[in-house]
Design a protein around this ligand. Sequence first.
Ligand SMILES: [Zn+2]
Length: 705
Amino acid sequence: MRNLILVTIISGFALFACQNQKKQSENNMENPFFNEWKTTFGVPPFNEIKEEHYIPAVTEAIEQNQDEIEKITGNTDDPTFGNTILALDKSGELLDKVTGVFFPLNSANTNDSMQAIAREISPMLTRHRDNISMNPALFGKIKEIYDKRNSLGLNDQQIRVTTKYYEDFVRNGANLSEENQEILSSINEELSKLSLQFGENLLAETNKNFKLVIDDEEDLTGLPEDVIMRAAEDAKSFGEEGKWVFTLAKPSMIPFLRFSEKRNLREKLYRGYFMRCNNGNEYDNKEIIKRIIELRDKRAKLLGFNNHAEYIIDVNMAKTPEAVYDFLLRLWEPAIKMAKQDVKKMQAIIDREGENFELQSWDWWYYIEKLRKEQFDINEEEVKQYFSLKNAKNGIFYVVNRLYGLNFLKRDDLPTYHSEAEAYEVQEADGSHLGVLYMDFHPRDGKRVGAWSTSFRDASYKDGERVPTIGTIVMNFTRPTDDAPALLSFEEVTTFFHEFGHALHGLFADGPYDRTAGRVPRDFVELPSQIMENWAAEPEVMKVYARHHETGEPISDELIEKLQKSFKFNQGFIMGEYLAAALLDMDYHTPENPDIADVLAFEKQSMDNIGLIPEIIPRYRSTYFAHIFSGGYSAGYYVYYWASVLDTDAFNAFKETGDIFNREYAAKFRELLEKCGSDEGMEIYRKFRGKEPSLEPLLKKRGLK
Ligand SMILES: [Zn+2]
């Protein structure tokens, strides 16, 4: 009800604002988005921004941006870098200001009315972006400059930003004939419908169509107490009070596969998982996949590429599908070899226990857990005692200070969007201001799950002056209790370092043009974040920050050793299931014949080609591979490990010097983060490393070499 009332009020307000100019200007005075922010460091005045301010601000911002575009296209002077590229690059300031607050808050601190606003403004923004990217007059001017770019006396950054804008338009079909543009639009439209349908089918098959209901306590054998409690709670929410429910969501499924002694139930649950959208019912995704592949191939050819993977990877660091295949297969060989060794070890346990069956995919988690206990028994509760949130924060500040000399000053005087969000001023070694970073640690209603880093304001230049970044990282870490501070799992600590790395990338990003400053291809974007995870796991660093929250004792060598072992454990499976999915993705998007007759046969052939063993199922089978069929990762699932290769190789640069805080490399890495939008990914990387990245450090780190 609240939702409905608010929507009515808000849309009423928007309508009213259009009809009454005079009234609007009065309202504008009260709308903080229309005023300059006089807050310290220009952070958003969160306390003054009200929900009713967003829609009028977005409406006005779109109008202003349209006016700016019309000014560019209506200019009768010859197009120049200044009156076209620069004017386009610097346009949309108000729009950035509003969306830069709205979208981060809609993830970190949302409610029904914020979501209603999102539903209203998202199509407005899509329409607006389409109006710009399909504006032939604007493209005509950009093309004129692009065609003459080398004879206009432009510097290399001006040429680069011109080229990037030109590419953006061309990749959207700006260079096509009107007839082909229409074909392209209809392909895009059908693809977006199919992607949506794929995702909806998957949601239904994951959340609605299957659950494992247990009503006999005997069937809980082997499960830890907290897993049983959670299953009882889930049962309640499904109206199965007094029973236990396990679902296909990983936090529910994985502990069951790991601990349940009931082999038949493990099989039942895992089958439910890997048969999703492959059950021949109305939620089956096989026909959708066939059509998506066909349409993507058609679109790529229309745009002048041989296949979809070429089209996607052309703007990535890898550049070609061949480079991606090469790197995936070079990791695949050692990974599958190790997986086969682990299969043997697990089979030995099965045999030793007097069982008479061969290990199957639904047995992996259960027997790998037994194998782990044999090799090193790590007590997760014990580990947590050393990783209080405060310690983790100190650890990050310590690392970043040793590397870059940065200091983080907590600023309780800055406005925040929630009492739990903390604001920090980031200062350079000499005390000068680098930017602001908000951190928001614990789950609550209205916060999306997971962890992410974004910004309320990106660094840019205005009238020659640098406007610093206002970044934010948001997580969902374990809360403190009445008698203990927030104690994190090592995985949570790693996540913290990871997101902090993204934030540093944003804080350091520099460059004269918004289109290129800090902007990196998709297969580069996880390098700044993942590299930070390496410092979190170094024994030398752990000794500094991992201290018992009660006694202050540093973590023991023995516990560090167990943690180090855990980093190398089960990597054959972890890498194997990932790489299998990444290769399946590539196979779908480099087809010789895009007309796939049978999705399951195609998948089997693809997996047979690389020699996947039956004990491992790809991390995502075709019918539930949402990353590539409904998310934005088609021909791009490889990027996570591509970045892993980069981050491990980059960290190795430090290690090779014998000093993980080597200041020379730190300065070079900072330069990489600052200038990463100024050139092609591989060029930027080579400047840092002096050579191309090597796979060896990753294989060593994961225990595969
Ligand atoms: Zn990330």
